[in-house]
Design a protein around this ligand. Structure first.
Ligand code: C2E
Ligand code: CA
Ligand code: CA
Length: 636
C-alpha cells in the first residue's frame, strides 16, 4: 500500500471511530422519536457509510490496476459515497430548522423546493455509471473529476449557507449552549472542507463532519438537563425551553397542565415508591395522547402536555383527560383515584407569553377546582394573578402601598388597647386589591420582606411620633408572614430596623398565622423565642381556621391568641358554633394566654363575648381599618 493511501485511511478510520462512538451513544439512550433525532441519525449514518466506502476504496485502489474485482470494488464504493453524501447537506439544513423550531412552519411546498437541488445531485450520481458527468476513471483506472462535481460543491455550499441563515434568523429561539454547539459544528465542518480543498491529500472532510456530529451529540442531542429521569419525560426546564421556542417561531399550540391535588394523601397511603410508579403510569398514558417529547413532569404533582393539533382536537383531548382522571389507576396491585385539576389554554389566543403559561404551573388554582377542567374564562384567574404581580412591582416602585389601622379595645370598660396595622394597595388599573389576594402573591414571588419592612417602618414612624401612646394605645399589632420569618437573618434585620427608631420593644405585637408543616416549627419557634426575649409580644392569628392550631400553641409560646371572626360568627348561628367558641375561649384562658376576638360587628356579639370572657375586641363595630390620620381624628 502506498503511503498516500495509508495517510488517507488514517483520516477515514478516525472519522469512523468517532461515528461509531456517536452511534453507540445515540442508540443506547433510545431518544430517537423526534424528527430532529432522526435527522441526526441520518447524518451520522451518511458519514459512517462514507467513511467505510472511503476506507474500502483506498485499500482496493492499491490493487485496481492488477485486479478487475478490486477495480469494481473501487467503483461501487465511490458510487455509494457520492449517492449517499448528496443527502448530508440538506439533512443539516432541516436539522437546524428542527433545532430552532422552524421546521413545523415550513410548508410542504417549501420543503420540496429545498430538496430539489439534492434530487438533481442524486440524479447525477445515479446516472454517473452511464454518463460520467460527475467523475470517471481514466485509462490508468485513476479517479478523475468531471464538470458536475463542481455542481455538488455549489449545492452543498448553498445548503450550508441556508443552514447558517436559519441559524442566525432564529438565533434567539435556541439556548446559548445550542448556539455554541451549532456554531462550533459549522466552523469545524467548513474548515475541514476548506483544508481538503487546499491540500488534496489531507482528507479532513469526513473527519470534520464526524467531529461536528460529535459536537451536536454532546450538546444538542444530549438532553440530560431537560429530562425527568423518574418518568422518562421532560422536566420543567424542557417545558420552558420548548414553549419559548414555540412562541418565538410563532407556532400555535395548546398547553395542558394536569395537577394532581391529592398527591400527598396518596403518598401517605401508599408510600413514595408507589408515587414514582404512578407517575410513570400516568406518563405512559400520556404517551398515547401526544408525542413523547411533548410530555413534561414539571413538579412532584404536575404534568404538562403540549398539543400542536387544532382546537377541536384539543377539546377532545381535554375530554379524554377529564374522563381518565375520573377513573382509578391500578398500580402495584392497588387501585387509586388521582384527583386532578386540568388546565388547558390555547397559545397565542388565550395566553401569550412564557410567563403567562408558567402561571398555569405555579399559581394556586381557585378552591374547589378539583376534578375539573379549567379553560377559557375559568383561566381568567391566571391573568388576574399576572396583573396582581405587576401591580405589586409597580406598587413598590411607585410607593402605592399604605398602612391602615384598625383599633383594638379592651373588654373591660371598652377602653382603647391598641391597633392592628393592615396593608392596603390601590392600583390605578385594578383599583383596590385586597391583602388576602396580594400577600400570597408577594410571598410566592419573593417580595414579602420588602412589603413587610415597609409596614414595619410605617408603624415605627407612627410609634416614634408618640401619638399612639398619647391616645392610650399600649401596642400596635403587625402581621408577619411565616415566609418572611423563615428567611435567614430575619431576627437580626428586624431588630436593627426597629432599634434604628429607638422604640420600646413592648410596643409591638407580631401576629402570625400558622401555615406550617411540622418540620418548619423549629425555625419559627427560634424566631419567636428570640424576639420574645427581646421584649416583643406575639399573637397567634386566625385561631380556629387551620387544622393544626394545637401544635403551634404547644410549640410557639404566644402571648395572645386571636380567635378568628368565622368562629365568632359561627357562634351566633347555632349551638354547635357557640360550644366551639366557648370551649376555645376556656381552653385558651386555662393555658394562660390572652384572647382577642376579631370581626366584632354588633352589640349582641359584645354581650355574648362578655359572658364568655375574652380580653380584647376588634371589628367593624368599633371601626374599619382606616388611614393613620383618620385614626388620629377618630380617637380624638
Ligand atoms: P387578618 O390579620 O386576619 O386581618 C383581619 C382582617 O379582618 C382584616 O382584613 C380586617 O379588615 C378584617 N376585619 C376586621 N374586623 C372585621 C369585621 O368586623 N368584619 C369584617 N367583615 N372584617 C373585619 P384585611 O385588612 O383585608 O386583611 C386581610 C388579611 O391580609 C389579614 O388578615 C392578614 O392576614 C393579611 N394582611 C394584611 N396586612 C398585612 C401585612 O401588613 N402583612 C402581612 N403579612 N399580612 C397582612
Ligand atoms: Ca392579623
Ligand atoms: Ca385574623
Amino acid at each position: 500500500m502506498t503511503w498516500v493511501h495509508a495517510f488517507h485511511i488514517v483520516f477515514y478510520v478516525c472519522a469512523l471511530l468517532i461515528c461509531g462512538t456517536c452511534f453507540f451513544y445515540t442508540l443506547f439512550r433510545k431518544r430517537v422519536q423526534r424528527l430532529q433525532n432522526k435527522l441526526y441519525i441520518l447524518m451520522l449514518s451518511i458519514v459512517t457509510l462514507n467513511s467505510v466506502c472511503d476506507i474500502i476504496a483506498a485499500v482496493a485502489e492499491n490493487y485496481s490496476l492488477v485486479s478487475n474485482s478490486a477495480f469494481l470494488v473501487v467503483g461501487i464504493s465511490n458510487f455509494l459515497y457520492f449517492t449517499v453524501h448528496a443527502l448530508l447537506a440538506p439533512s443539516l439544513l432541516f436539522y437546524v430548522c428542527c433545532v430552532n423550531g422552524m421546521y413545523t412552519r415550513l410548508s410542504i411546498r417549501r420543503r420540496i423546493i429545498y430538496l430539489l437541488p439534492c434530487f438533481v445531485t442524486i440524479f447525477f450520481t445515479l446516472t454517473n455509471p452511464l454518463m460520467h458527468w460527475v467523475y470517471y476513471y481514466d485509462e490508468n483506472r485513476a479517479f478523475q473529476r468531471n464538470w458536475a462535481e463542481m455542481f455538488f460543491y455549489v449545492v452543498a455550499a448553498v445548503y450550508l449557507v441556508g443552514s447558517v441563515v436559519y441559524l442566525l434568523w432564529f438565533w434567539n429561539a435556541i439556548t446559548r449552549r445550542r448556539r455554541i454547539a451549532l456554531t462550533g459544528a459549522f466552523v469545524i465542518v467548513i474548515s475541514s472542507v476548506m483544508l481538503q480543498l487546499l491540500f488534496i491529500d489531507v482528507k479532513s472532510e469526513l473527519l470534520g463532519e464526524a467531529m461536528g456530529l460529535l459536537f451536536l451529540l454532546l450538546i444538542v442531542e444530549n438532553e440530560d438537563d431537560r429530562l425527568d429521569a423518574d418518568t422518562n419525560t421532560y422536566n420543567r426546564k424542557g417545558f420552558l425551553l420548548d414553549i419559548r421556542n414555540f412562541i418565538m417561531t410563532k407556532q400555535t399550540f395548546h398547553v395542558f397542565v394536569i395537577n394532581v391535588v391529592n398527591v400527598d394523601i396518596v403518598r401517605r397511603l401508599t408510600g413514595s415508591s408507589s408515587i414514582q410508579a404512578l407517575a410513570r403510569l400516568v406518563a405512559t398514558y400520556f404517551r398515547t395522547l401526544v408525542p413523547p417529547y411533548q410530555i413534561y413532569h414539571t413538579s412532584y404533582s404536575t404534568f404538562a402536555l403540549l398539543y400542536t393539533g387544532d382546537k377541536k382536537g384539543a377539546d377532545a383531548l381535554a375530554k379524554k383527560l377529564e374522563q381518565r382522571f375520573n377513573e382509578s389507576w391500578s398500580c402495584l396491585d392497588i387501585s387509586i383515584m388521582l384527583n386532578a385539576v386540568i388546565l388547558y389554554a390555547s397559545v397565542p389566543d388565550e395566553l401569550k407569553t412564557p410567563d403567562e403559561i408558567l402561571l398555569m404551573l405555579d399559581s394556586p388554582f381557585p378552591k374547589s377546582s378539583a376534578g375539573k377542567v379549567l379553560h377559557g374564562s375559568s383561566l381568567n384567574y391566571l391573568i388576574r394573578r399576572a396583573d396582581v404581580e405587576r401591580a405589586l412591582h409597580t406598587g413598590i416602585a411607585e410607593h402605592r402601598f399604605e398602612v391602615y389601622y384598625q383599633p383594638i379595645y379592651r373588654m373591660e370598660n371598652l377602653s382603647l388597647h391598641g391597633a392592628e396595622a393592615l396593608l392596603r394597595l390601590k392600583d390605578p388599573d385594578l383599583g383596590f386589591i385586597p391583602p388576602d389576594e396580594f400577600i400570597p402573591v408577594a410571598e410566592q414571588i419573593g417580595i414579602i420582606d420588602v412589603i413587610g419592612n415597609f409596614v414595619l417602618h410605617e408603624v415605627c414612624q407612627f410609634l416614634q411620633s408618640g401619638i399612639p401612646q398619647e391616645k392610650g394605645m399600649s401596642c400596635i399589632h403587625v402581621n408577619l408572614s411565616v415566609i418572611q420569618c423563615m428567611q435567614p437573618g430575619f431576627t437580626e434585620r428586624i431588630l436593627s430596623l426597629i432599634d434604628s427608631y429607638g422604640l420600646s420593644h413592648s410596643l409591638i405585637n407580631f401576629e402570625i398565622t400558622e401555615t406550617l408543616t411540622a418540620s418548619d416549627y423549629q425555625t419559627l419557634a427560634g424566631v419567636v423565642s428570640t424576639l420574645q426575649a427581646e421584649g416583643f409580644h406575639f399573637s397567634m392569628d386566625d385561631y380556629g381556621t387551620g387544622f393544626s392550631n394545637m401544635q403551634s400553641i404547644f410549640e410557639l409560646s404566644f402571648d395572645v391568641i386571636k380567635i378568628d371572626k368565622s368562629i365568632l360568627w359561627g357562634a351566633e348561628a347555632g349551638s354547635t358554633g357557640k360550644a366551639i367558641l366557648e370551649n376555645s375561649a376556656r381552653m385558651i384562658r386555662q393555658i394562660g394566654k390572652q384572647i382577642v376576638v376579631e370581626g366584632v360587628e354588633t352589640e349582641a356579639q359584645i354581650e355574648m363575648l362578655k359572658r364568655i370572657g375574652v380580653d380584647y375586641l376588634q371589628g367593624y363595630y368599633f371601626s374599619k381599618p382606616i388611614p393613620r390620620e383618620m385614626l388620629i381624628s377618630f380617637l380624638s
